[in-house]
Design a protein around this ligand. Structure first.
Ligand code: F0G
Length: 467
């Protein structure tokens, strides 16, 4: 309990447990047990922080606001500022790069593009390693230090790897990352090399790497830092807290996020639910998740689901058919068997949101539009704006609704994609038969560089032509 008297003081780690989310199992385990699935039923785990407060909402909000102005290193992190909500004690060996504290921007051109009156975009790409992964990694690597791990590992489409490498570097831990060979943007790979990770390039796709990680997790020397690790989710859930502070505690009607391995949507759902349970917000925003058409197993499942039979997310399907050969140029979310699908689905159903997919062309054009707002993001992030446009057209989001989209990665994460789009040379291998024609993505908002003669008149003439 926070807002406690000195006599009642308990440590966060004493009241928190790891718990299986399957209602027919519900087994709980201590925080120090290094498990990534339920040892009894192989179900998905989450952390129950045992949260309760005696303070009124205003006092909690005031404390968080005051911490934002403090010089305590824990307060300078946009994750550890909310530490009473996390399964760590005050004196934990925090491994931080001052993650979080990311901006929320008005995005008028993107709003118009979607058919919305207003749109805000929270840019998680402004984290220390350029993606939202840092808010989770600070928690996972802190826990790795707490349990005395030697080596932290993850499978990754690039961003988790870069983040793990950086935080393991800060903590002085060895890190190893499994990447699908040839399927990672050069910029992300370069980060992992620079931060000193052992980079293992695997012949296979992300899902193959994830399977290997689950096998490696048995080895006592290994600490798995994928979002299957519930401590990652704990760090990432603080994005919901920061977003609500930035929205002056006015709950948006909709929050829209991209979906890959489904850690991010799980975490946001958990964050909002905890705020609701503590009385810090009065309702949940509708949480919608957007996948790329060629890597959309959960959107397929959702399309065939009868929400009235799900009991508000409490009754979930047992299985989800994976996509065998996921295909998308948004390589960050090129995932066919997301590990956190159940928790994400539960969060979406509880909130009344949707899970849909968008095409490669829709992602590419939405990304260019976010760029025109002066914001920019990597391709996977742009699924949000592409998805909102579809959800507005379908009547799920109304033009006057308040909407926040989460951008997950920085524009410089994938410069090749940007360059090809604007030069009109972006294409996706068909993946069908060998030799079949690649799918061409039009640069609908193309902005190719111009070759201009080296004199003033030529430059002015070019400007005039492009006005
Ligand atoms: N956006 C970006 C930029 C990502 O890197 C990812 C996931 C997602 C969205 C999807 O988030 O997996 O939590 O649903 N990237 C992982 C990685 C898989 O290895 O970097 P999710």
């Amino acid at each position: 309990m926070f807002g406690k008297t000195a006599k009642e003081a308990t440590r966060n780690t004493e009241r928190a447990v790891q718990r299986c989310i399957d209602p027919s199992c519900g087994s709980s385990y201590g925080l120090r047990e290094r498990i990534y699935v339920c040892p009894r039923c192989s179900g998905t785990l989450e952390i129950d922080c045992g949260l309760a407060t005696r303070e009124d909402a205003a006092a909690v909000r005031r404390r968080w606001a005051e911490r934002a102005a403090s010089r305590d290193p824990r307060d300078q992190s946009g994750v550890w500022r909310y530490r009473e909500m996390l399964p760590f004690d005050e004196d934990a060996p925090f491994v931080t790069l001052f993650e979080g504290n990311t901006p929320i921007y008005e995005a008028p051109r993107s709003a118009r593009y979607c058919g919305l009156n207003n749109l805000r975009l929270k840019h998680q790409g402004c984290n220390p390693t350029g993606s939202f992964k840092d808010t989770g990694m600070t928690a996972a690597i802190t826990q790795a230090v707490v349990v005395g791990a030697r080596t932290a590992v993850c499978a990754s489409t690039g961003n988790t790897a870069a983040s793990l490498a950086a935080y393991a570097g800060r903590a002085g831990l060895q890190s190893a990352i499994l990447l699908p060979r040839g399927q990672i943007s050069a910029a992300k790979l370069a980060q992992s090399l620079d931060y000193g990770a052992l980079v293992c390039e695997i012949d296979g796709n992300f899902d193959d790497c994830m399977r290997l990680i689950q096998e490696l997790g048995d080895d006592p020397s290994i600490y798995v830092a994928n979002s299957i690790n519930p401590f990652r989710i704990e760090g990432q859930k603080t994005v919901a807290f920061e977003m609500m502070e930035q929205c002056a505690w006015q709950v948006p009607d909709h929050v829209v996020v991209p979906g890959g391995n489904m850690g991010n949507s799980t975490a946001l759902g958990k964050g909002f639910q905890e705020l609701l349970d503590l009385g810090l917000i009065q309702r949940l925003p509708r949480l919608s998740v957007i996948q790329a058409e060629g890597a959309a197993p959960l959107a397929h499942l959702f399309a065939n689901l009868d929400p009235s039979k799900s009991a508000g997310g409490e009754r979930l399907p047992e299985t989800m058919a994976p996509v065998e050969n996921p295909r998308t140029l948004a390589t960050a979310i090129k995932i066919g068997a997301p590990v956190s699908w159940k928790k994400a689905l539960r969060a979406v159903l509880r909130s009344g949101g949707k899970i849909i997919s968008v095409s490669e062309q829709e992602i590419a054009d939405a990304k260019a539009m976010i760029g025109r707002d002066g914001i920019g993001c990597e391709p996977a992030s742009a699924t949000t704006v592409a998805g909102m446009k579809k959800l507005v057209a379908a009547g799920h989001i109304r033009p006057g609704d308040s909407v926040v989209g989460v951008l997950t990665g920085h524009v410089l994460k994938d410069p090749d994609y940007v360059s090809h789009y604007h030069r009109g040379t972006l294409s996706l291998e068909s993946g069908a038969k060998e030799g079949s024609a690649p799918q061409r993505i039009a640069g609908a908002f193309q902005n190719a560089p111009e070759r201009v003669a080296a004199n003033k008149a030529a430059i002015l003439a070019t400007l005039e032509r492009r006005r």
